[in-house]
Design a protein. Structure first.
Length: 97
């Protein structure tokens, strides 16, 4: 069985401080809460939220996305293929399917 795995980065283009996450996180806390600008999904499908405890799901719903993203490199969180406009530095919690 594959283990869900995402890497969050403070800066765009997957640079700067980063953290590896392999489970649902209801609150990223001070070090990464509201600071994510890019990410890499290595395994699993992930949902992203602007609030603690999986509140206020983020996603590029206007472009027909479901709000769930799978494996790939997301160099800028606001890109249309990522979470869309206005999402930079807004991520507070995330979960995997």
């Amino acid at each position: 069985m594959a283990i869900p795995h995402i890497i969050l980065f403070i800066d765009a283009v997957c640079s700067g401080n980063h953290t590896h996450i392999c489970e649902d996180i209801s609150d990223l806390e001070s070090s990464f809460s509201g600071q994510t600008s890019s990410f890499i999904i290595l395994e699993g499908n992930w949902r992203f939220f602007a609030g603690q405890n999986y509140q206020s799901q983020m996603g590029n719903f206007a472009q027909g996305h479901s709000g769930t993203l799978g494996p790939g490199v997301y160099n800028w969180i606001e890109d249309a293929n990522a979470l869309g406009a206005g999402t930079n530095d807004q991520l507070v919690s995330l979960s995997h399917d």
